[in-house]
Design a protein around this ligand. Sequence first.
Ligand SMILES: [Zn+2]
Length: 254
Amino acid sequence: MSILFSIFVFVFGLIIGSFLNCLIWRLYKDESLSGRSYCPKCRHTIAWYDNIPLLSFLILECRCRHCREKISWQYPLVEFVTAVLFLLTFQADASSSQFSWLLLRDWFLIITLMIVFVYDLRWQLVPLKVVWFMGALILVLNIILGVPLLTELFFAALGATFFLAQYLLTKKRGVGEGDIWLGAYLGAAFPGAWSLLLIMVFSYGLGAIISLILISGAKKNWKSRIALGPFLASGAIITLIWGEKIITWYLGLF
Ligand SMILES: [Zn+2]
């Protein structure tokens, strides 16, 4: 695969990441997607040359040109991570016979998980509209890729039940309603027992490590509620990119 192609995919990922930042903010504010980007502090419209992914952030030294308000690190980070993930899936899928459909599904997956990660981290809420819409889309894309609808629905129900059980057992304290929908989404997106298991192992493993770090730093205590969405999104991303390799390696141990 040519370097030129990779650069093109990376830049495309940066642009999508930039769009995701805007989408996340407008979802939260319940604003329409049309209209120019603006600074959340002074509401000054952002000129196109100040809205170039990564570069503008560096040139403006992380501040708004008009009011000098600090721009959140979320912006360049989301752009960069989206670009890297787009590139990794592009390279992984390029060898597949179902290349374009597989890549399209993986990119929609990444888009969904990025939105869930940032939104739940910032506001402790799973954006349900996104999960529902993207869930319907992933059902269709997986059917095109040869996964029977019944299989997808079975694993979606399995994912939802896993969180519903926790929701009922913890009397709604540990797990939120959004996590149940997220579980259904992940089941439909990864319709297989091994993948789902891997997502749970990584999510809960990461969750335990980060919680311990936060508690030892006295930023949280044992009673704090830590949003599950960012961990589930991270676990799903790891599974998407490296899942097959990890499972093959693990099964090779026996
Ligand atoms: Zn400003």
